[in-house]
Design a protein around this ligand. Structure first.
Ligand code: ZN
Length: 463
């Protein structure tokens, strides 16, 4: 008997966790943290529904914390591996997991200080030590290589664009009579015609498909991000303002650096000072630079020509916290790129606290802003937002360049899924807010005639 239980990413974009039970062998595909609304975040503390020690393996699609950040918690609870990842994902996780743990420890210290926890001292979800232990369970498996987990249970990673190392997971399980079924987990689907990384491999077909739907009800702004960036930067230069970009440290940051270099080289914008104020952004940029086998043709061409595609002129990389704070004294025009991308933590917070009240500032969002996050509130036009416990008025200009997303939109998801050699018997639409998942399910049903279901939290289906 084979069953699939949805332990997260149902009705929300975070907490991706899919439990497969294949004839008694338990495999967890993705081990993500819930983020955003408090009711979601509390789920990170709920007991895991099966004994953690009974997991035969964890397979992670990519390094984003909403797909991997629960791994240290599993390890803390007794899971000792293996955790399968692509080699570039392993590289990114060396920075991602300790950073996430550090944030958890910091939050716990803050909760202790203000007395907002029922525990004294407040407990972190996991510690830096747990994160280090989790890194010890990682095993790299290259794209396209089939790995046998147990006799009759195999999996393969397929390139998915999105971010460095991102994969879809094809799980192949033997059933009676020499037959087998395949479950294809899309992970997060990337985009076509974006710089730096190779494109997503098309969905090849499977018995079952689990597909993300972050932008299932939307199309990205068809505009050219280069033109939109040029417009925003030119306006800010006229106002002599600082441009604050809350950017996901992985991928958005590298794509921004790439585009800014291009714009300066093409003389579309003046070479203004650019500060990368994100230790993780710096680490991720190193990983992007060194994983040359993931580069697309254009990127390879640039590198061969002696260009560093991820370094625009006038780039300064900020290291220590005091250097980061010193950026509060600079005046525009300048660009500060800092994480986190949804303004839920990290150094961007002190920049926002300092600059949101200033009408010469432009805050530019370049990625998805989940419900309940500070980024979403600012983008939705709230007049003040809470940062470090105090209300900060929003007088800054707020812009969004949605054409810069790392996620496929509804059309791109349709292209990705559109020509399988074998149609899925059932599609489980996950990793989206309810309207987005519903829209993608309706679209796939209408376009391809596929049976599409929206699983609910902790629902188990027998395959
Ligand atoms: Zn992702």
């Amino acid at each position: 008997m084979v069953s699939l239980t949805f332990l997260g990413a149902t009705g929300t974009v975070t907490g991706s966790r899919y439990l497969v039970d294949a004839h008694g062998t338990r495999i967890l595909v993705d081990a993500g943290l819930f983020q955003g609304l408090k009711e979601l975040r509390l789920r990170n503390w709920a007991p895991f529904p099966v004994p953690v020690g009974s997991l035969a393996a964890v397979i992670l699609t990519h390094a984003h914390i909403d797909h991997t950040g629960f791994l240290p918690r599993l390890v803390r609870g007794g899971f000792d591996g293996p955790t399968y990842v692509t080699p570039p994902t392993s590289r990114l996780l060396q920075a991602v997991l300790p950073d996430a743990a550090h944030l958890q420890e910091e939050e716990a210290r803050f909760a202790t200080k203000v007395g907002s926890s029922k525990h004294a001292p407040a407990l972190p979800l996991f510690t830096v030590h747990d994160a280090q232990e989790a890194l010890g369970t990682l095993k790299g498996v290259p794209f396209g290589q089939r790995l046998t987990l147990r006799p009759g249970i195999e999996f393969t990673f397929h390139r998915q664009g999105h971010i460095l190392g991102a994969a879809a997971v094809e799980l192949r399980i033997k059933v009676g009579g020499g037959d087998h079924i395949t479950i294809y987990f899309s992970g997060d689907v990337g985009r076509y015609d974006v710089p730096i990384l190779k494109e997503p491999e098309p969905y090849p077909g499977s018995t079952f498909l689990v597909v993300e739907s972050t932008y299932g009800d939307r199309l990205h702004d068809p505009g050219d991000p280069r033109e939109q960036l040029t417009e925003v930067i030119t306006e800010a230069i006229e106002r002599k303002g600082v441009i604050l970009v809350p950017a996901f440290a992985i991928d958005r940051t590298q794509e921004l650096l790439y585009l800014l270099r291009e714009l300066v080289e093409d003389e579309a914008i003046a070479p203004l000072p650019i500060f990368l104020d994100s230790p993780m952004g710096r680490e991720a940029t190193e990983a992007y630079r060194s994983c040359v086998q993931e580069h697309d043709a254009e990127m390879r061409e640039l590198v061969r020509g002696g260009v560093d595609p991820l370094v625009p002129p006038n780039l300064e990389i900020i290291g220590r916290v005091d250097e980061s704070k010193r950026l509060n004294t600079i005046s525009g025009p300048a660009i500060i790129i800092s994480a986190s991308g949804m303004a839920t933590g990290g150094r961007i917070l002190h920049h926002l606290r300092h600059r949101l009240p200033d009408p010469s500032t432009t805050v530019v969002f370049v990625g998805f802003q989940a419900e309940g996050t500070r980024g979403r509130r600012i983008l939705d036009g709230e007049r003040e937002v809470k940062i470090f416990g105090e209300m900060v008025p929003v007088a800054a200009q707020v812009r969004s360049i949605s054409s810069l997303s790392a996620h496929a939109d509804a059309d791109e998801l349709t292209i990705w899924a559109g020509e399988p050699t074998r149609a899925p018997s059932t599609v489980f639409v996950t990793h989206g807010e309810p309207a987005a998942s519903r829209a993608l399910a309706d679209r796939f049903a209408a376009r391809f005639g596929w049976r599409c279901l929206l699983p609910s939290l902790e629902e188990t289906v027998t395959l």
